[in-house]
Write a protein that binds this ligand. Structure first.
Ligand code: NAP
Length: 249
């Protein structure tokens, strides 16, 4: 019997969980445990790290996992690297379910940086009004550029007030619309949007809003990962599971 371990934390993972449940397949969805109230899911959920590659290998064996689907966020590079290594080590089928990266369009004013360090360095200079669209993670790294006014948008209210001296915090789970993000950027006088190239539609509104308003975007490019099989639609993962089973994998 196939048993799928689905590494989640994304909309794609939730979509696949629904399809697996509809098919009556045995599957478990795994969260890192960063969000306090993850959305209810139609398949069993486990929460928390596995304890590195060895811990994941152990989990795959103990729970007789046959298919590992990595639907983590494109910036969750450590988990993805561990998934590749653990699947190889265990000899089980492994695939990534992700979304294509955003591409700049006509009218966009994007500057690309490689990572958070480069994004922090790129903010050297006079005070600006920055929409720091990185969620809760990495916010404290921007304390070394305290001259800016930062607009933060989090999914959950944080336990402690963010340490940035000059910031405003908006709590919003979305869904975000272009009209809403245009209003937000206007209301807060934003002149620069700083974000990760997450891809997908859920967080794209801010980019369209920035284009419409002629605002600059500092885009953090995706981390590079070792070669892996990659799919872009949850339906394709079901076909991949069927195919892998037909091959006896
Ligand atoms: P990461 O740096 O790649 O992972 C750090 C550690 O967290 C992993 O080594 C693993 O711990 C644990 N972990 C990560 N994802 C897990 C999962 N789905 N199930 C169980 N353990 C997991 O990941 P991250 O950037 O901190 O992201 C954490 C989670 O948030 C991911 O699941 C991701 O899909 C979601 N997320 C991330 C971002 C982002 O921008 N990075 C945005 C939205 C959602 P062990 O080594 O102990 O196994």
């Amino acid at each position: 019997m196939p048993h799928v371990l689905l590494l989640g934390g994304t909309t794609e993972a939730s979509m696949l969980a629904r399809l697996l449940a509809d098919r009556g397949m045995s599957a478990t969805l795994s969260y890192a445990g960063r969000t306090t109230l993850p959305a209810a899911q139609p398949i069993p959920v486990r929460i928390g790290g596995f304890g590195g590659v060895d811990g994941l290998v152990d989990y795959l064996r103990t729970h007789r996992i046959t298919h590992l689907v990595d639907a983590t966020h494109p910036f969750a590079a450590q988990m993805s690297v561990h998934a590749i290594a653990a699947a190889q080590c265990s000899g089980i089928a492994h695939v990534a379910l992700t979304r294509p990266a955003w591409q700049a369009e006509e009218g966009d004013r994007w500057t690309h940086v490689a990572d958070i360090d480069a994004a922090v360095a790129a903010l050297e200079g006079p005070a600006r009004r920055v929409m720091l669209a990185l969620g809760r993670m990495h916010v404290e790294r921007f304390m070394v550029q305290p001259q800016h006014h930062y607009l933060l948008r989090f999914v959950d209210r944080p336990e402690a007030v963010p340490g940035l001296p000059n910031h405003e915090l908006v709590i919003d789970r979305g869904p975000f619309t272009v009209e809403g993000d245009v209003r937000l950027m206007r209301d807060h006088g934003i002149d620069l949007v700083l974000c990760k190239n997450a891809g997908g539609t859920g967080a794209a509104a801010k980019l369209t809003a920035a284009r419409q308003l002629g605002r600059q975007v500092l885009m953090i490019d995706r981390p590079s990962l070792p070669e892996r099989a990659t799919l872009y639609r949850a339906e394709d993962v079901l076909a991949w599971i069927d195919h892998a089973m037909a091959r006896g994998v």
